[in-house]
Write a new protein. Structure first.
Length: 154
């Protein structure tokens, strides 16, 4: 199983790359079908997603709520901007921790790579301070756990 690669670019970008041993269609569906998203996008072990709204169409709403079973939680809202079946998703998201973070513009691409799918996610944040806070939040570990879970599902 390939590991997640995370790098920064300029002052405001985060680039996440990961390979999956599944075709682009399967990885794309796992990002757009609500019942699938709710099973894998959980972050660290012990967390759940009791609310998952994922209207995968231009203008469609996103709302994910996570809980750790001990009274802790947070949520994310957003909107889909563009979806190109099996190859690209563009959306805007904001976290509530509990105060809202600035908008994060995200473009995710799914490309066949001969052994499965190369997923590249490009996040664009408003400034370097917002990016630094996001990276310091432990986001990378939560993504690693979530994508490892996804790999076992597809």
């Amino acid at each position: 199983m390939s590991k997640l690669e995370l790098r920064t670019e300029g002052d405001t970008h985060v680039i996440v790359t990961r390979h999956f041993k599944a075709p682009p269609e399967a990885v794309y569906r796992a990002h757009t079908e609500t019942s699938l998203v709710q099973k894998w996008l959980l972050g660290p072990p012990g967390w759940t997603m009791p609310v998952c709204i994922n209207e995968a169409k231009p203008g469609g709403k996103i709302r994910y709520e996570w809980a750790d079973g001990n009274g802790n939680g947070f949520y994310l809202t957003g909107e889909f901007v563009e979806l190109v079946p099996f190859s690209k998703i563009v959306h805007v998201e904001r976290m509530f921790l509990p105060d809202p973070t600035p908008d994060n513009h995200v473009e995710t691409r799914f490309e066949p790579d001969g052994t499965g799918t190369k997923m590249t996610m490009r996040m664009t944040l408003p400034d370097s301070e917002t990016r630094a806070a996001m990276l310091a939040s432990g986001m990378e570990h939560g993504m690693e756990d979530s994508y490892a879970r996804l790999e076992t599902m597809i």
